[in-house]
Design a protein around this ligand. Structure first.
Ligand code: TYD
Length: 214
């Protein structure tokens, strides 16, 4: 399948978004367990991907390779294009009838790259990617999410207080704008206890898919 216009929505493509330390990776594991338990065909995935494009990005995020912020925006967009349209990618899985759940997608580029290389380039590079059928945004105070990250031995280049605050503010504006454009975006309070967030996330996915997950 080829890239479509911006108003094109991929049904059963579910994305989790939020600043670093908001808990999306933890909740991805719960969603995966629930889909597996019920024997539902699915693909659990993430961006940056594990492909060479994503590995290059990871190197930059770890601070092992220097890159201009604009270069990073291009790399995320190329990783995303391959992830969507390449072999074993998102579109292929959806066409096989799978539910696809992805940790981060285009809103991450608009929020993170928009905060580091300016808004214009990421907006341009992401304008033609289709909308997910459902996006769940994990809202958390950046101070709290940074506390959660403080136990990690090594932080990535964006995991700094001033960047997380910029990204948090950027997400807010981007989400409002995308909702106006018809994107289906639900926000959960990611400061709540993990199990409460788990139940809330699963119930949002139930409402969207019509499946029983909890
Ligand atoms: P993350 O998904 O939080 O993984 P981990 O749990 O391994 O830290 O980290 C990926 C980082 O990449 C995160 O800081 C957000 C950033 N990112 C972007 O800047 N732009 C993007 O388009 C995507 C998908 C991620």
């Amino acid at each position: 399948m080829q890239p479509q216009d911006t108003d094109f929505t991929l049904k059963n493509f579910i994305v989790l978004e939020g600043i670093d330390g908001s808990g999306t990776s933890t909740q991805m594991r719960f969603i995966e367990a629930s889909l597996e338990e019920r024997g539902l065909a699915h693909m659990i995935t993430a961006e940056p991907t594990g492909r060479p494009e994503g590995q290059l990005i990871r190197k930059i995020l770890r601070g092992e390779l220097d890159a201009d912020p604009g270069t990073v925006a291009y790399l995320f967009a190329s990783d995303r294009h391959q992830h969507l349209y390449g072999k074993d990618g998102i579109v292929e899985a959806l066409e096989l009838g799978k539910i696809v759940v992805c940790d981060r997608y285009a809103l991450s580029s608009l929020a993170y790259q928009g905060s580091t290389c300016g808004r214009e380039l990421p907006e341009y590079l992401n304008a033609r990617f289709p909308a997910p059928g459902l996006t769940i945004f994990f809202k958390i105070d950046p101070e709290l999410s940074l506390q959660r990250l403080s136990s990690r031995s090594k932080l990535e280049i964006y995991e700094k207080s001033h960047i997380q605050k910029l990204v948090d503010a950027a997400y807010e504006g981007i989400i409002a704008k995308k909702k106006d454009l018809g994107w289906n975006i639900e926000t959960v309070n990611a400061e709540n206890p993990i199990d409460q967030v788990r139940r809330e996330v699963l119930s949002i996915i139930e409402n969207y898919t019509g499946l029983t997950l909890v």
